[in-house]
Design a protein around this ligand. Structure first.
Ligand code: A3P
Length: 292
């Protein structure tokens, strides 16, 4: 199956599951509610992991929801059209949604609401590697010709959802707002208990130690990989090839080292420094890289 993109305000999206009309509707007409929670990421930054944690926190550690209902039904994707759109339109309050939308496409009604946003970012080198493998099993990203070419598309913002740099720089402008939580995949890997506590406190839920244990256990890589409601093996076959399904691939920090040549790593570091210099923020992945 061939993958087609269309451009919306200069950014590529797969025609298979997204439409310009839906994006216009979401930006200008969709009503954000005060008790909504939005999980926002650039693709391959740990979205499904945070969805699992959120599902478990939402149900106070009761994991039957995660074992009986697919993750994309528990926490619908805000930005998709077709069948997935119905899940959004029919979702009852308190609503939990996931999205990869860049901040400038997000519903404007967020600005006047108390809805909460959890933004999770990941080392762009690991995002790129994860995305490269994902592109071989999905129909929403064009099949890469080579890692080299795919990297250039990533760095130039030609992949769906646009530039990683613009995405994080756009969303991080909200970092001082009380309804915004910024996390990194690396924070979750380094201290999952701490991250679960941070998320639950942000959501206004104080969990006891036993409940935190349940959230940690049932959102682990091995639990999610073994759970067909959470490993995306139930995703529509038009979107992902189930035979190639390896959505939960490695789940580690630093797999980029197995894929990048030295000169590719230096090239990406140069672009990263240039594009991120005005932010003046050291991310967890920068600290990890400093210790290599
Ligand atoms: P890898 O391809 O590096 O393994 P997203 O959900 O945003 O599409 O991100 C997918 C990435 O998150 C994949 O990375 C996947 O393995 C990883 N992931 C998902 N659940 C995880 C978990 N419980 N622990 C660690 N990594 C997880």
């Amino acid at each position: 199956m061939d993958t087609d993109y269309f451009k919306h305000k200069g950014i590529n999206f797969a025609s298979l599951i997204y439409t310009q009309e839906r994006f216009e509707f979401l930006e200008n007409e969709f009503q954000v509610l005060d008790d909504d929670v939005y999980i926002v990421t650039y693709p391959k930054s740990g979205t499904n992991w945070v969805m699992e944690i959120m599902s478990l926190i939402h149900r106070n550690g009761d994991f039957t929801w995660c074992q009986e209902v697919p993750n994309f039904v528990r926490i619908p994707w805000l930005d998709v059209s077709g069948e997935g759109q119905k899940l959004v339109d029919e979702c009852k309050s308190p609503r939990l949604f996931s999205t990869h939308l860049p901040v400038q496409f997000f519903p404007k009604s967020l600005l006047s609401s108390k809805a909460k946003v959890i933004y999770t970012a990941r080392n762009p080198k690991d995002v790129l590697v994860s995305l490269y493998h994902f592109a071989h099993m999905t129909y929403v990203i064009k099949k890469p010709n080579s890692f080299e070419e795919f990297m250039e598309d990533f760095l130039q913002g030609r992949l769906p959802f646009g530039s990683w740099f613009d995405h994080i720089k756009g969303w991080i402008q909200m970092k001082d707002k009380c309804n915004f939580l910024f996390l990194t995949y690396e924070d979750l890997k380094k201290d999952i208990r701490g991250a679960v506590k941070t998320i639950s406190t942000f959501l206004g839920k104080e969990l006891n130690e036993q409940t935190i244990d349940l959230v940690v256990e049932h959102s682990s890589f091995s639990s999610m990989k073994a759970n067909k409601m959470s490993n995306n093996s139930l995703a529509p076959e038009t979107v992902m090839n189930p035979k190639k399904n390896n959505f939960l691939r490695k789940g580690i920090i630093g797999d980029w080292k197995n894929h990048f040549m030295e000169k590719q790593s230096e090239h990406m570091d140069t672009i990263y420094r240039e594009k991120m210099k005005d932010l003046n923020i050291k991310f967890t992945w920068d600290e990890i890289e400093d210790h290599l």
